[in-house]
Design a protein around this ligand. Structure first.
Ligand SMILES: Nc1ncnc2c1ncn2[C@@H]1O[C@H](COP(=O)(O)OP(=O)(O)OP(=O)(O)O)[C@@H](O)[C@H]1O
Ligand SMILES: [Mg+2]
Length: 616
């Protein structure tokens, strides 16, 4: 039969380059990856044969076998699982379907330092390709269960691979590595040695549910115990961690392990993990979420969305439910009442674990927050049932210092006369801190939360209070800062000017009024309580949404010389054309001060230049 030479997809080629010139120091993990794929293949075959009674497949002795040849310097990992068709091989082994691959590779190219590269590749998970860290040629022979013909694939990990049909392939897949020479300095161990293979399997793959046999021996190397079914006291942290790496494809230890067992009407066990760092695609639209679902030790599906809400998409692990049907579909799961109960319990448990971390392991919680805080904030929008628990988990920047603060700590620092929890949203800390809206709050010593995550714009709209204290944006509504209220006679004095400005600026603002939030600036722009913020407006536009322009309110500082001067000029000569330009400048200055963008910067600069020229 004829063999064909095909090219790897460009991204795969780049990834292979990284593997061939390995950037990862722990090369032993290639075996974990191959065993993990073999185990998945056996899971899939068992499930398919349970559901499809007509599938012609041999499931009598499902297992993984390892064969080494010291003479040929080869290692073969064989499974008699589901196997692959020719198209599968081209699709699955020749291309990388993961979302965000290009992005990850770009970052990897940009980062000069080796440790950072290692981090990135670890987050991505390279699976099958990790074989090229230890092999200079890889041969894969596979036959899909139920089909007659097989496929042979071979590559040296450079630009191309060979593929051909074979007719004597056994059901399942075998992967043969033609090992690179041993090189202890480069962490390349002797992977053709029995003892080394035993050691790696014991360390990384002990919990695999299928027997892993070495050579002719029938005694498995692994204990095959489902970790979640064993009492917590009998499982070591190391075992939990390796299991985590198996289900998550992460290369680092998890931050926290959660083990749950429920007996009674609906029995299940759950083994969940909170990773110690965010995957590269945490915020990509098609990123996967959900834990693995098992039914009485039988693997049913990956990424079971029904079991965790979107905002907890970073939680990894396994749920083994005892009373579900094996061929339950994703759609049915979403509706299943008992699954919904399980989901509610999982959420509560994850949140209470986080709360314990926050109280007893601040540093760990800090790591968690840095990696996943932004995702957790989405819960404030989506999960009304757990709103209080989520609010307690927030860590936010504030004007009180460079450390993040919880809302509770903020409340404990509130001034005696302070009724509200103040915050301001914006694009960056500097922009918020220097915005004119801040002035009177800083002058009075009130702390203001600085919210610069895009998601902050959304959740602050939903959350009205914490601990009985209203949440109040300092850039919205009328701010009542007690003693600084504008006296009635001042209001009267300014009324004609405010009315005049309101008319002249009606294209840009819906009202002009005196401010009690300014101490040094002449003017600022504020929103009504329910107006959309400029940052949010920008975000919507960036996403391609059409929005009517939101007009806000111009507030003037009645003690600022520019404002008092304008009032005098107006009462002296209300028809002066120059006043219109001054009004325009005032509005432009207020807009710039909050980091906004002028509608017509050229006109603005011309007006400023004219004024400057006249003042010289
Ligand atoms: N032994 C095998 N039997 C059947 N299919 C396999 C086998 N090994 C790999 N595959 C197929 O090739 C795909 C790619 O494998 P690879 O290990 O690169 O990625 P993955 O397992 O999907 O994800 P990860 O990066 O987390 O390992 C698998 O998803 C699977 O469909
Ligand atoms: Mg894999």
């Amino acid at each position: 039969m004829s063999s064909e030479t095909l090219e790897f997809q460009a991204e795969t080629r780049q990834l292979l380059q990284l593997m061939v010139h390995s950037i990862y120091s722990n090369k032993d993990i290639f075996l974990r990856e191959l065993i993990s794929n073999a185990s998945d293949a056996l899971d899939k075959l068992r499930l398919e044969s349970l559901i499809d009674k007509d599938l012609e497949a041999d499931t009598s002795d499902l297992h993984i076998s390892l064969e080494v040849s010291a003479e040929d310097r080869t290692l073969t990992v064989r499974d008699n699982g589901i196997g692959m068709s020719r198209d599968d091989v081209v699709q699955l082994i020749g291309t990388i379907a993961k979302s965000g691959t290009a992005e990850m590779l770009r970052k990897m190219r940009e980062s000069k330092d080796a440790a950072a590269k290692q981090e990135l590749i670890g987050q991505f998970g390279v699976g099958f390709y990790s074989t090229f860290m230890v092999a200079d040629k890889v041969t894969l022979v596979t036959r899909r269960a139920g089909e007659t013909g097989g496929t042979r694939w071979e590559s040296a990990g450079e630009g191309t691979y060979e593929i051909e049909a074979v007719d004597d392939a056994p059901q399942g897949t075998s992967v043969t590595l033609h090992l690179k020479p041993e090189d202890p300095d480069d962490q390349l161990h002797d992977y053709a040695a029995d003892w080394k293979i035993r050691e790696i399997v014991k360390r990384y793959s002990d919990f695999i549910a299928w027997p892993i046999r070495l050579g002719d021996s029938d005694t498995p190397l692994n204990s095959m115990k489902a970790l979640w079914a064993r009492p917590r006291s009998e499982v070591s942290d190391e075992e939990y961690h390796e299991f985590y790496k198996h289900v998550s494809h992460d290369w680092t230890d998890p931050l926290e392990t959660i083990h749950m067992k429920a007996e009674g009407a609906f029995e299940y066990e759950a083994l969940l993990f909170i990773p110690s760092r965010a995957p590269f695609d945490l915020f990509s639209r098609d990123g996967k979420r959900g834990v693995q679902l098992y039914v009485k030790r039988v693997f049913i599906m990956d990424d079971c969305e029904a079991l965790t809400p979107q905002y907890l998409r970073f939680v990894k692990g396994v749920v083994d439910a005892h009373d579900l049907s094996l061929n339950i579909s994703r759609e049915i799961l979403q509706q299943d009442r008992q699954i919904q109960v399980v989901r509610r319990r999982l959420v509560k448990k994850v949140l209470s674990t986080l709360s314990e971390l926050r109280e007893n392991a601040a540093e760990k919680y800090g790591t968690f927050w840095k990696e996943f805080g932004r995702a957790l904030k989405e819960g404030l929008i989506d999960d009304a049932d757990n709103r209080d628990a989520l609010l307690d988990l927030l860590l936010l920047p504030s004007t009180a210092g460079s450390e993040l603060t919880s809302l509770r700590d903020y409340v404990s620092r509130m001034k005696e006369d302070q009724k509200d929890i103040y915050y301001m949203t914006g694009e960056s800390r500097a922009m918020v801190e220097h915005s004119p809206h801040m002035e009177a709050f800083l002058a009075k010593g009130y702390e203001v939360l600085i919210l610069t995550d895009p998601v902050d714009e959304v959740w602050v709209e939903r959350i009205t209070e914490f601990d009985g204290k209203p949440l109040q944006s300092i850039a919205k509504g009328q701010v009542d800062l007690g003693a600084t209220e504008t006296p009635a006679e001042q209001q009267e004095e300014f009324a004609p000017l405010l009315k005049y400005l309101g008319e002249k600026l009606q294209e840009d603002v819906k009202d002009v009024r005196l401010s009690s939030r300014l101490t040094t600036s002449a003017a600022c722009i504020v929103g009504d309580e329910h107006d959309i913020t400029p940052t949010l407006e920008k975000m919507y536009r960036a996403m391609g949404q059409e929005l009517p322009r939101t007009k806000r309110i111009l507030e003037l500082n009645p003690t600022h010389p520019l404002v008092t001067g304008l009032r005098s000029a107006f009462s002296a000569a209300p028809d002066d054309e120059g006043l219109v330009e001054t009004a325009e400048l005032l509005y432009g200055v207020a807009l710039l001060a909050e980091g906004g963008e002028l509608a017509d910067p050229a006109r603005f600069t011309r007006l400023v230049a004219d004024r400057l020229a006249r003042s010289l």
